[in-house]
Design a protein around this ligand. Sequence first.
Ligand code: SF4
Ligand code: SF4
Ligand code: SF4
Length: 435
Amino acid sequence: MKKSNFIVDFESRNGKYYMLHTGNGNVISVDIDKKILLTDVLKVPITNERVSKRLEELGFLISKQLDEFQVATGKKILSDIKNNYLELIIMPTEKCNFRCVYCYENFEKPEMSEENQNALIEFVKRQLPNHKGLSIGWFGGEPLLAVGVIERLSKAFIDLCKKYKKPYRAGITTNGYLLSRNMFDRLTRLRVTHFQITVDGDKSIHDKQRVMAGGGGTFDTIIQNIKDIRDYSQSKLWTMSLRTNITRNIINNRDAFKRDVILPFSHDHRFYIMLRQMWTNHTEEADAIHCSNALFEEFVEQCDIGYESLYQEYVFSYGSHFTCYAANPNAFVIGSDGTFYKCTCALYDDVNHIGKIDSNGHIDFDENKFSYWIAPKAYNNTECLSCSQYAACVSKGCPYKQKEACNQETLNVLRCYIPQFYHLANDKEDFTDLL
Ligand code: SF4
Ligand code: SF4
Ligand code: SF4
């Protein structure tokens, strides 16, 4: 037997050592003073048969002959074949009522025309019989500015799914400003069950970053909308991710952030907390507020988020769930003018313009561009083939940056959650008493 390559470890500040298996999601732990004993058994399994047997059951020890990288890649291909939902991320409009300081969109394209909506319905009608089901993500711009388009397309898609007896699911990424109780009801009637909203810190910080197009803060309205939905809806059939791009400013204001953003929602199982280090494009302004990995980890531990709110993060952490939709051959992003893309970030990059729908719902795909997105980065970047995070990422964490070095950072944003993942793990063991 040999030690699996797919192990990410973490030492918590309260004296525990953890290991997460990025292939199967299992988590093991041990008191820090016995860490060496555990790592020794992983190196030389024969020294403790009882422990090595359990480590083998959990996947941390594997057969010497097994090529884990080959198997993980194969599993991803198999899951794309078996679970081949048609995944469409649709921009009903590219206009937005916000002007977030870091936004990369140009807000030029208006609401999707009726002609393009009809073409899209034709496209789905033609494609759906070849797929297991239909998954829709409403995106923008701000999608709720064109809720009429969402309504018309949702009804048509749901009818098609009924006709072909296929499952349907939908989620929305919205800035939350227009998400009143009435809007929430309207969307849930259209089978939207997952909501993602960005809240960039407490009011003093959020209102500087996520501002109205005409100027002015947005924090109070967004938080009030979310609280209204939390208190009004008794249903457990929806979930909401609250995403925050963590900066030094938020870290310096951590008490206000915890009080206003984390605590009101973190004990309601319908809410998931998603903290991410703010991405920096290395301008002086961005670098000044960008936080290091160490600062981020310390901050996350101090936020003390209940493990139930981290279920979504746990799922991301293993079994190829960290791969981006852009790498999925069954996933497409559709602009409001009918342009088909693969990635929601590189909207103005030619390699991302893979085709445009015609009025009959046909698309002449550019196969070279399409192939660029679905290829694993490992072909360009050999560091993937020694990476402990490979099983979660399959070297497709971000297929846009195909040739750039990754420094094995894909999962680092989730490492500090491993102690909470222990409670959510598919299987787990604390080895302290066995060593
Ligand atoms: S809400 Fe989204 S689309 Fe609108 S400005 Fe902010 S980041 Fe851009
Ligand atoms: S892209 Fe990065 S995180 Fe993913 S397998 Fe390659 S080196 Fe690892
Ligand atoms: S390909 Fe990369 S940049 Fe594009 S959406 Fe995926 S993670 Fe983001």
